[in-house]
Ligand binder design. Structure first.
Ligand code: SAM
Length: 346
């Protein structure tokens, strides 16, 4: 969160870059999969014509409630995971959209509200659910998971070298009758098990990240959301994803790379390769000025891809090939001459 911002605000990251890359058709229908406090949503609406439309999702009921203040007939808010966007949109009669934005992870209001239990900076009940209306809290997970499961979650989602030692300490404490219910209790146990210190980082950082990712099924839902977006995008539609750590970015990068390759059809050895459904348009990091103003932007990575015109039929055959983006059209992530924010392009 920016200095001076209240716990209820969120500073949108890579705002102009993401929205500029996303919105290419002002009359179009767009999806914001992660409404948060509506920073990106407002900017998208700002680029849409009166005919344009935005459907915005968030798992967090508080985000959806905050969105009620945004009175705009073109905006529809949905309390649901973006993983299920296809089904939700189908209920509205929508089968195609011009763009999907995912700005992943947690919002500043989630991290900075002690009762949400995301942060070791406050002592509070260990909840960590983005969707507080359903699912298991982090405390409930710690109360039931065995040592093997805990090790796996902390190692795979926190990339914690001492995952086994942390898991062992957590189970030992539970078996001693002291069930972990608060952020401070968890941070204390982790600090006792993590033997080396990373400069400037609380020893509990990795374990908190791991539990948050697990409790919210973040990586599974990201995979589902990317696939859903691909199915929904109209030809020339844009996918823009902002990630905040390497686990997320790896998934986004691999997805775009895989879908941007012409795939040989293994069932028919001599058949021409199936043409790709996406075209990678580039990636971008926040520039120095944005990072100085908002440290959260430091690890942000925006990746953008464009839907080609290729449609796969039910039998797997290629059905259509209308022209995609005209040859020589500039990538939306190319820096404008003289206007650099210092971010990278590729
Ligand atoms: C980084 S914030 C988005 C901030 C937003 N772009 C803005 O400008 O205010 C991430 C938001 O996405 C939500 N979120 C994370 N994963 C989600 C998912 N699978 N489905 C729906 N919302 C999700 C979180 O609850 C949080 O509110």
């Amino acid at each position: 969160m920016n200095a001076g911002a209240s716990p209820c605000t969120h500073t949108a990251v890579l705002l102009d870059e993401a929205v500029e890359a996303l919105v290419h058709s002002p009359d179009g229908l767009y999806v914001d999969g992660t409404f948060g406090r509506g920073g990106h949503a407002r900017a998208i609406l700002g680029r849409l014509s009166p005919q344009g439309r935005l459907v915005a999702f968030d798992k967090d009921p508080q985000a959806i409630a905050a969105g009620a203040a945004l009175h705009d007939a073109r905006l529809q808010l949905v309390h649901a995971s973006f993983a299920g966007m296809r089904q939700v949109l189908a209920q509205f009669g929508i089968t195609q959209v011009q763009g999907v934005l995912l700005d992943l992870g947690v919002s500043s209001p989630q991290i900075d509200t002690p009762e949400r239990g995301f942060s070791f900076r406050f002592d509070a009940p260990l909840d960590m659910r983005m969707d507080t209306t359903r699912g298991e809290t982090a405390a409930d997970f710690l109360a039931r998971a065995d040592e093997r499961q805990l090790t796996q979650v902390i190692r795979d989602y926190g990339e914690e070298r001492f995952a086994f030692q942390v898991a062992k300490a957590l189970v030992a404490r539970r078996e001693g009758g002291a069930v972990i219910r608060s952020t401070a209790e968890l941070a204390e146990v982790v600090a006792g098990a993590v033997k080396t210190r990373e400069p400037g980082q609380n020893p509990a950082t990795r374990t908190f990240q791991a539990l948050r990712i697990h409790v919210n099924a973040e990586l599974e839902e990201l995979e589902q959301g990317l696939s859903a977006a691909l199915e929904l995008l109209a030809p020339q539609g844009r996918l823009a994803v902002i990630s905040f750590h390497s686990l997320e970015d790896r998934i986004v990068k691999a997805f775009i790379a895989r879908e941007s390759r012409d795939e040989p059809d293994r069932r028919v050895p001599m058949a021409p390769p199936r043409p790709s459904r996406l075209k990678a348009l580039g990636r971008r990091r926040a520039g120095a000025a944005e990072v100085a103003a908002n440290p959260r932007a430091r690890s942000a990575m925006l990746r953008v891809a464009e839907r080609t015109a290729v449609q796969y039929g039910l039998a797997g055959g290629v059905a259509t090939a209308q022209p995609g983006r005209a040859k020589g059209t500039r990538s939306p992530l190319r820096r404008r001459a003289g206007g650099g924010s210092g971010g990278q392009t590729s």
